[in-house]
Ligand binder design. Structure first.
Ligand code: ZN
Length: 134
């Protein structure tokens, strides 16, 4: 598989409105947009930095995966996403290598991306996302 670069770092936060101020007011970055991803029960704020971005992820439901993450581990870095050239090929290669996946097939992520998560047991506890964008 071809990993192109770090696509984004996902940071779980209680409130984008509060957490975003550090990136905008202190670091001088810009929130390029905020998108609701209904099937993940989250809002995602995109903060581009050259080829990568920080994504602030807030839960929209008490029972959403990010709400559960924050409840057990607190706010903080939740996942790292690598941009791949072809996500179907990447997943096929990982399966052939016996790597456990959370997503067997790609699903729709924020920003129109195709995404899939690798099981964190394979990555020393880091939740790794593969991400393909047009
Ligand atoms: Zn992500």
């Amino acid at each position: 598989m071809k990993i192109k670069h770090i696509d984004h770092i996902g940071i779980a936060v209680n409130k984008i409105a509060q957490a975003g101020k550090f990136y905008t007011d202190i670091l001088g970055l810009t929130i390029a947009g905020i998108e609701n991803v209904a099937d993940q029960k989250v809002n995602v704020a995109f903060i581009p930095i050259t080829d990568s971005e920080v994504e602030l992820v807030e839960s929209t439901h008490e029972d959403g995966p990010v709400a559960k993450y924050i409840a057990s581990r607190g706010e903080g870095i939740q996942h790292i996403a690598f941009r791949v050239e072809n996500i179907e090929e990447a997943l096929e290669e990982l399966k052939q290598k016996g790597v456990r996946l959370i997503d067997q097939t790609p699903r729709h992520g924020a920003g129109g991306a195709k995404i899939a998560f690798i099981h964190p047991k394979e990555t020393n506890g880091v939740l790794v996302e593969l991400c393909e964008r047009e």
